[in-house]
Write a protein that binds this ligand. Structure first.
Ligand code: FMN
Length: 401
């Protein structure tokens, strides 16, 4: 009788598989499992999405947000204007500023607390206004507020485009709330919103004046590829939308706007989106109590400078008359320390708390903020700065390209 040819398995037995080969096959089998596949982190193939306790830097939250969000929601948070040069420049700028440690100074105990326009804070860090948290987590702005409050009472600036009414957020109780306004062309149309926010206890009003015309290629691609594609309206009697790329809704902004808004606001009033000393001086001239140096996280004019590189000239022009806040590109405690040393009173974080919310809801916001706070304390210790007052210009060497 002829012997039956050995099958594949018998063949492999003949070669007496090594322990290493057996473990390799088992690993291959597990990696192919649909359960593990579902947890893959798209930023790094063949890894799983880490848990909250495994996230060590603010950047880690972006990867988890990417894994958990629909692509369009992730892109909405990530994108910048046009070629996103300013988005990248916002991060590059931190390479041009070196921290010069005061090696002789002792900073065993660090106090990073401060006060900005009557709002006390344990750390000079705030949550920047950002739109539509509904796209990130079911807890929406309430989750963000609860996370901010848990992170040492971090003040939160509620966006004009909030998906939860300001009153509802304020009613939840917690840390200080500021309100951000995108102004309406008819001056009186701004009054009801400002009244509601002030009645609900907002501690300051921030009027955003950049982003007069915005266009995001990345979002437009998402829209074009989705069923919600936006088409110019052709209904009779309805003003057609601008069919050409940018929205023109805010192209009417003028400085006299602030002369009209000022009497409507009983709290401190700030302008957000300042990038030049000339505009900073106009803010003072028009009665503003503070400014936020910002390029909207690179979401407005592409090729505009990073906010960090223009900070010193703006601080010089303002000359201490009003507090200068800053945002755009801040991710690390060391980033925050550089801006404080160059004269900023506080730093606002835009994408960091959004990634936190998208990743793990309120707990994610809290942890992401706490990481940056802890990094700031560490950087202050290492640099020999026990207090924010000690973080003066001598702490930073700025080498702009
Ligand atoms: C998704 C998203 C939505 C935003 N929405 C607003 C807004 O409604 N109002 C506003 O003044 N700024 C808005 N900003 C800008 C932020 O307040 C802030 O200037 C910017 O995010 C800072 O840069 P960063 O994200 O690098 O920290 C938004 C930013 C992002 C990322």
């Amino acid at each position: 009788m002829r012997e039956r040819p050995a099958g594949k398995i018998e063949q492999s037995w003949r070669r007496s598989p090594s322990r290493r080969a057996a473990l390799g096959s088992l690993a291959g089998f597990l990696l192919g499992s649909p359960d593990l596949f579902a947890q893959q982190d798209p930023f790094r193939d063949h890894s799983r999405v880490p848990g909250l306790d495994e996230l060590l830097t603010a950047f880690d939250f972006e990867e988890v947000a990417y894994a958990k969000l629909p692509r369009a929601a992730y892109n909405y948070t990530a994108h910048g204007g046009a070629g996103e040069f300013t988005v990248r420049r916002n991060r590059e700028a931190f390479q041009w500023a070196a921290i010069r440690p005061k090696s002789s100074a002792k900073a065993a105990v660090v106090d990073a607390s401060t006060e900005v326009l009557g709002t006390k804070m344990q750390f000079p860090i705030m949550a920047a206004p950002s739109a539509a948290h509904v796209a990130l987590h079911p807890s929406k702005e309430l989750g963000s507020y609860s996370g901010c409050t848990a992170a040492a009472g971090t003040p939160m600036i509620v966006s004009y485009a909030t998906s939860t009414p300001f009153e509802e957020i304020a009613a939840a109780g917690g840390g200080p709330l500021w309100y951000q306004l995108y102004p309406r062309e008819k001056l009186e149309d701004n009054r009801p919103r400002l009244e509601r926010a002030q009645a609900a206890g907002c501690k300051a009003v921030v009027v955003t004046i950049d982003q007069q015309a915005a266009y995001y290629d990345r979002s437009a691609h998402d829209r074009n590829l989705s069923s919600r594609r936006r088409r110019p309206s052709v209904r009779p009697g309805v003003k057609p939308q601008n069919p050409y790329r940018f929205t023109s809704t805010r192209l009417w902004y003028e400085w006299k706007l602030f002369d009209g808004l000022r009497p409507m606001v009983r709290t401190p009033l700030l302008a957000k989106g300042i990038l030049t000393p000339e505009d900073a001086l106009l803010c003072i001239e028009h009665g503003l109590d503070g400014i936020v140096v910002s390029n909207h996280g690179g979401r407005g004019l592409d090729y505009s400078p990073s906010s960090l590189e223009v900070l010193p000239e703006i601080v010089d022009a303002v000359g201490g008359r009003i507090p200068v806040l800053i945002d755009s590109g801040f991710r690390r405690g060391g980033d925050v320390l550089k801006a404080l040393a160059l004269g900023a009173k506080a730093v606002c974080l835009g994408r960091v708390p959004r990634w936190g919310l998208a990743s793990f809801g309120a707990a994610g916001v809290q942890r992401a903020l706490e990481i940056v706070q802890a990094e700031l304390v560490l950087a202050m210790k290492q640099a020999g700065c026990p207090t924010l007052a000690a973080a003066d210009r001598s702490l930073v060497r700025l080498d702009l390209p």
